[in-house]
Design a protein around this ligand. Structure first.
Ligand code: ADP
Ligand code: MG
Length: 287
């Protein structure tokens, strides 16, 4: 039978805005020594601003319009941001044949013309030669009708208390913090450094994130449990693979909430250290 204090622990956590799906997860949480974060929407707000537009074949406005329309069926933070940058109502009837390529971008027909918006990997996949861009930011390359049309540079900001959240983990006994992202290395390094994260792996596809977590799990065997924290956009498989999956509940996807063992109701990464403390306290009462 489940000791009564486990219920108290789950209740205490839920008062703090942390939903724990079962008492066994409190035990795992209390042994967490490695915390692996996804970047976009987890450590950063997932609200991108447009910093630059470099058109090649068409006007800037047309480029943004194509991007917003092609992205209109996706719920990725980048898609939402490009639709906001467009700022006009989107006529979905102009958009057909939508393909979302996880960790790369989208391809769709806009007014019957094929439009692709995404990273280098997406352009390589389509065999479209692109002009490399060295701006620091997330680069959205665009191909229209099979030809390179330019790129849009966007950037995101870290969540207000993300740095304190990472520091608080250290005081809660977490030995190692890691960030995984599908985004480019310069952006990833900048975010990880500003937050004081120990290790960072960039340019990973969703399957690459799973592989990385598996590597870290092997390496972690003597050092306690591994938690993965994500928003579920392109990372639901990793949430299930970790010893404990922690999802952002407010902005995160339904898939994340389903795949996770613990849900942070207000998307605040500072709640992770809090949840670990609550779990330790509750375990001390039990044993
Ligand atoms: P993260 O690992 O930071 O959470 P994702 O795995 O969701 O990021 O995406 C990785 C990269 O793939 C993005 O930085 C972007 O370059 C590209 N990408 C993903 N989804 C889209 C999209 N809907 N539109 C354009 N680019 C995208
Ligand atoms: Mg993500």
């Amino acid at each position: 039978s489940i000791p009564l204090s486990f219920f108290a622990g789950i209740g205490g956590a839920s008062n703090a805005g942390v939903l724990v799906k079962g008492s066994n997860y409190l035990e795992t949480l209390s042994q967490t020594k490695t915390v692996v974060f996804d970047k976009t929407g987890t450590l950063t707000q997932g609200v991108f601003e447009v910093n630059g537009i470099h058109h090649h074949e068409m006007e800037n406005e047309k480029l943004v319009e194509y991007a917003a329309l092609a992205e209109s069926a996706s719920s990725h933070p980048i898609s939402k941001s490009l639709q906001r940058a467009y700022g006009r109502e989107i006529d979905r009837s102009r958009v057909t044949d939508v393909q979302e390529i996880s960790g790369s971008g989208v391809i769709a027909k806009v007014d019957g013309v094929e439009v692709a918006a995404g990273n280098d990997k997406l352009m390589d996949r389509l065999g479209v030669p692109y002009i490399p861009c060295h701006s620091v930011g997330t680069i959205i390359h665009m191909a229209v009708g099979g030809k390179y049309a330019g790129h849009i540079v966007i950037s995101d900001v870290v969540k207000p208390h993300a740095r304190e959240a990472v520091q608080a983990l250290r005081s809660a006994g977490v030995h190692r913090t890691v960030m995984l992202t599908g985004d480019a290395k310069p952006v990833a390094d900048q975010v990880a450094q500003s937050l004081g994260i120990d290790q960072v792996y960039a340019e990973l596809l969703p399957a690459g994130k799973v592989e990385k977590v598996e590597e870290l799990l092997l390496d972690n065997s003597e050092r306690g449990k591994l938690a993965f924290v994500g928003d579920g956009i392109n990372d639901a498989p990793v949430l299930s693979r970790a010893d404990i999956g922690i999802a952002m509940g407010a902005m995160g996807s339904d898939a994340a909430i389903e795949a996770a063992d613990v849900v942070l109701m207000d998307d605040d990464p500072a709640k992770i250290a809090k949840a670990i403390r609550i779990s330790r306290k509750c375990l001390r009462i039990v044993y």
